[in-house]
Ligand binder design. Structure first.
Ligand code: F6P
Length: 358
């Protein structure tokens, strides 16, 4: 009897259930009645504290289009994994003990950057692990694409489209704040897809004077509105030049709910033009996966099942050059995939006259 555990960890996103479904259906198809799948509740928290349930094939039916995760999730920071909790529980030892107690052959882990680091840690600790790349940020090293990203691009683009009509009708400047504290993939894609005039991402620190200049030039050329797609983690050149600790303190002291409100205030002061902010926030992670993500999740999930069947543990499923492959966890864990300065997409955007506030 094969025994598999499966968990989802970190922020939820579209395509988690579609991926879980693909893993489970492929395994039931291959092993027939000779397999038990245990759903670990709320990510690593369930593995630490022994919360899980034996799943039935029916649990995986009807979930292809469902948002969120049927298993629940939680954030368990990697940096605290080696720190005993308030009840003196050694988390790593507890996870290993529960894995052994359940007599698992493999643990399937769906998650983003922090999750992959812990997956690698568990693999180094001797557990059989197969992981899958989840996040709307698309910032996982080793894969060209994560599931959830395209669905979030669709939503963020739709927000920009809707705001566009109001911006033109009222002759306003609008800032759409897109998710992404560390990387700007989502903002870049949605910004280009939504026809933004300015795109600000963490990888390219901005100068507010340059942003204001773009808005003024548009006004002078007869365009009475401007659309800015701004990543949550957009940062000024001055802040980017500071040492990390000082920068964090400066950001924490900012007198605005987020960077977009500061930029809006500065534009309004300099141009006199009404400037508004729209923050779609967690809307971007919610609802049904788009068809692209449903297909990607299904490809990823079936690949994970193949890795389990072939006992190829210690790997993350990935998409490289449009082929589903697998990469060793030890090679990708802890590495961030940022937007490269020489990215073709940045070049494309610049060719279109989109400015990055440089
Ligand atoms: O990593 C996914 C993500 O949605 C980021 O884009 C965002 O900055 C963060 O999670 C928000 O986290 P939380 O849901 O914990 O507020």
């Amino acid at each position: 009897m094969k025994r598999i555990g499966i968990l989802t960890s970190g922020g939820d996103c579209q395509g988690l259930n579609a991926t879980i479904r693909a893993v489970a259906k492929s395994l039931y198809h291959y092993y027939e009645n000779d397999i038990e799948i245990y759903g670990i509740i709320d990510g690593y928290r369930g593995l630490i504290y022994g919360e899980y349930r034996l799943m039935k094939p029916d649990d995986f039916s009807g979930i292809l289009t469902r948002g969120g995760t049927i298993l629940g999730t939680s954030r368990q920071p990697f940096k605290l994994m080696r720190v005993v909790d308030e009840n003196s529980v050694d988390k790593v030892a507890a996870m290993k003990a529960n894995y052994r107690k359940l007599k698992l052959d493999c643990l399937v882990i769906l998650g983003g950057n922090g999750t992959q680091k812990t997956a690698n840690l568990l693999s180094e600790e001797g557990l059989n692990v197969v992981s899958l790349p989840k996040t709307i940020d698309n910032d996982l090293w080793g894969t060209d694409m994560t599931f959830g990203f395209q669905s979030a691009v669709d939503i963020a683009t739709n927000v920009i489209d809707c705001i566009h009509t109001t911006a033109t009708s009222h002759g306003r400047v609008f800032i759409i704040e897109v998710m992404g504290h560390k990387v700007g993939w989502l903002t870049l894609y949605a910004g280009i897809a939504g026809g933004a005039d300015v795109i600000l991402i963490p990888e390219i620190p901005y100068d507010i004077k340059s942003v204001i200049k773009t808005v003024k030039q548009r006004n002078e050329s007869g365009k009475n509105f401007s659309i800015l797609a701004v990543a949550e983690g957009a940062i000024t050149k001055e802040l980017a030049a500071m040492p990390k600790k000082q920068r964090k303190a400066a950001v924490a002291e900012m007198a605005y709910p987020s960077i977009s409100y500061k930029i809006a205030h500065e534009i309004e002061q300099a141009t006199g033009q009404e400037t508004r902010v729209t923050v779609p926030g967690h809307f971007q992670r919610g609802g049904s996966p788009c068809p692209y993500d449903r297909v990607l999740s299904t490809r990823f999930g079936t690949k994970a099942a193949e890795l389990i069947i072939n006992k190829q543990y210690g790997n993350m499923v990935a998409l490289v050059n449009n082929k589903v492959v697998f990469v060793p966890l030890k090679d990708i864990a802890g590495k961030l995939k940022s937007v490269p300065a020489d990215s073709e997409l940045i070049h494309t955007a610049k060719m279109m006259g989109i400015t990055f506030g440089e």
